[in-house]
Design a protein around this ligand. Sequence first.
Ligand code: PHE
Length: 359
Amino acid sequence: MAESVNNLNGDSAERSGEDRIAAVRDAGLVALSASETADALQEWRNQYIGRSGEVTLLLRGVGSLPAEQRAGFGQAANRLKNELEAAYGQREAAISVLTGPIGAIDVSLPGRSPAGGRLHPITQTIREITAAFGAMGFQTFEGPEVEFEGYNFDAMNIPSDHPAREMFDTFWLDRVDEDGNKSILLRTHTSPMQARIMETHEPPIRVVVPGRCYRYEATDASHEWHFNQVEVMAVDECITFADLKGTLYEFARRVFGPERKVRFRCDFFPFVEPGVDMSVDCFNCDGDPACRICRGSGWLEILGAGMVHPEVLRRSGYDPNKYTGFAAGMGVERVAMLKHGIDDIRHFYTNDMRFLSQF
Ligand code: PHE
């Protein structure tokens, strides 16, 4: 090649140098745009700008040119090298979008929708419970989680020397009254709202009160130091135990299924008389000893209830000879656990998306 260049006179030698560069350029660009895969691109690279590629050969040949042609040819070949390298870079970027590690783009694939949020299962359960009572004419109220001792205990017929206070292991707040008694606490149940509502409303009263409660106790599969309750209360002239049974029965059917049976048994709460607990028959089995929801008993205890104690009515300013009422209180987590067959209350509060996204 050097010989043929040497044999030509100056002008035509320069032209033939330009021609050779233009020929490599044209062929290179055409071949580049025809390269459609990463492999083809690699091959093109070897052929044109690789170590023994055509552009490299042009540059290597510079040394054997007549001195007066070297500078011009060398610059032109370098420009070509830069141009083809830039074109290669662009082509590579275009092809890697199409054939990159995530594979070819299929424009017919649906887009990825952003992960939507949802209501916490406990919020869903609270809404289900309040809706069931709402359909029976009960209004939803909320009240303070930080409560006076007087409402949490005294108004509920639990005086300070009453042994029933021991039923509630309480988080007391540091504030003390003049006698040095702690008088503010995190409410241990939603029942104090019975008194708050009666104090500020005239009968007839029909309310449901969902809300968070706190008890100072060790956490295990069925106990959390904070949990939710729903309080239910109806007060009017002539409310009877039959109203309690009918209302709670209807609630059980709405939340646990239309086939449900209910069972009432005597229980004690200082703020009701008589007091009961209510169970529904297990919706998961027919008394199957292996049932993991009812553990073979066939019954699920879901709430405490009773006729509002005359002393509670009196303390709240109602005449117990004129008015009667019923009240009930249920643990929301327990209702949710029974409904969904969840075996550990702690699942609700560990923020594990694998659990939460099932609801
Ligand atoms: N407050 C009671 C508890 O926390 C439940 C209850 C409410 C019982 C209303 C009877 C009537 O256990």
